[in-house]
Design a binder for this molecule. Structure first.
Ligand code: KG4
Ligand code: ZN
Length: 336
């Protein structure tokens, strides 16, 4: 699996500016991520306009840092790939426009990459083959189950009707006054908590349903806190985090099991930022052990938003001969 010359990849769909370079043997030479998350933390979520301005001031120095680290000149590059959606329009515009500028200036191909495809293929990063499998993609913006026949050949089996799993973690984190992003803090606090202390709703569990809904769960945490006047004792906070997390993970694991059985798939891959969640990892681990299914995770550095996964997904498409016209616009609502 190799392209004739090194590939530059750029990611700027949310609050991470990222640049990666894959060399012609598809080895990862550089993987730089400049996170703005501290900047957005005081607003309790990502402010699109601020993200855009920050990408603009970060992208050029990051590109030059990447070249320096790879001991390369711009003219060594053979193609430029960039996330063109889904994501925040003002943020996507910066990375995709910069990538087009580099490609045009060097006279090399440009390719628009779907951010979801980047996450989805990340568990197979630099592996020789991508087997037929069931993908559970759980991030801040998406929650979906996809049957993957091979790279580029996907059938979405279920997705969320409202909040994504990561969004639910972050909104509940905000209700609890935890620092942003809430998912990381809830995971940490839940480790000392009792997941059975409080019972929260598990939505859409009726037979045959492979979709998700997490907004009712978030609302039920809000009602719980309102009844308590938002005061929790020091032991209640970890128990609440563990009980909420258990409700999210139980649904994700249950639907993954259903989808795999329905499609006769015995290989599962977990991806997206929420793939970092320790309880989700152990829950899927137990499920796969029970059925003797294979379970794939992305390398730890490729779980959150990064450009290496965009490079890898881009490589698959470049090898299939795909190219994107530089006149093609970003696609903020791009579905897989
Ligand atoms: O994939 P990602 O980096 O960005 C998007 O494409 O959305 O995912 C970010 C999401 C955030 O909602 C964050 O709270 C969540 O991933 N997250 C976690 C954990 N680490 C990150 N959620 C639960 N447990 C974690 N350990
Ligand atoms: Zn992402």
């Amino acid at each position: 699996m190799h392209f004739s010359r090194p590939i530059l990849a750029i990611e700027s769909s949310c609050d991470e500016t990222a640049v990666a370079i894959l060399d012609s043997n598809a080895e990862l030479l550089v993987n730089l991520v400049a996170s703005q998350s501290e900047l957005h933390a005081r607003f309790g979520g990502v402010v699109p306009e601020m993200a855009s301005r920050n990408h603009l001031s970060t992208i050029d120095p990051l590109f030059h840092q990447a070249l320096e680290q790879a001991t390369m000149k711009p003219t060594d590059l053979g193609a430029v790939v960039a996330t063109a959606g889904p994501g925040l329009a003002p943020a996507l515009l910066v990375g995709a426009s910069y990538a087009k500028g580099v490609a045009l200036g060097l006279g090399i191909p440009y390719l628009a990459v779907n951010h979801l495809e980047g996450h989805l293929l990340s568990p197979f990063f630099l592996k020789k083959e991508i087997p037929e499998h069931l993908s559970l993609l759980v991030s801040g913006g998406h929650t979906q189950l996809t049957k993957v026949m091979k790279a580029g050949c996907y059938e979405v089996l279920g997705r969320t009707h409202d909040d994504a799993a990561g969004e639910a973690f972050d909104k509940v984190g905000k209700l609890l006054g935890l620092s942003y992003p809430g998912g990381v803090e809830i995971d940490r606090l839940a480790k000392q908590g009792d997941p059975k202390r409080y019972s929260f709703p598990r939505a859409l569990l009726e037979k045959g349903n492979l979709d998700f809904s997490f907004s009712g769960l978030k609302t039920s945490v809000r009602y719980f806190l309102e009844k308590r006047n938002a005061t929790l004792s020091s032991s209640e906070l970890p128990d609440l985090c563990a009980s909420f997390q258990e409700a999210v993970v139980a649904v994700l694991v249950e639907k993954t099991e259903r989808a795999a059985k329905q499609e006769g798939l015995t290989c599962i891959a977990l991806s997206g930022g929420v793939a970092a969640n320790s309880r989700l990892q152990s829950g899927l681990g137990e499920l796969c052990e029970k059925h003797h299914w294979k379970l794939h995770f992305p390398p730890p550095a490729l779980i959150g938003d990064n450009a290496a996964m965009i490079a890898f997904a881009g490589l698959q498409s470049l090898l299939m001969g795909e190219r994107t016209l530089v006149t093609q616009e970003i696609v903020p609502q791009w579905q897989l």
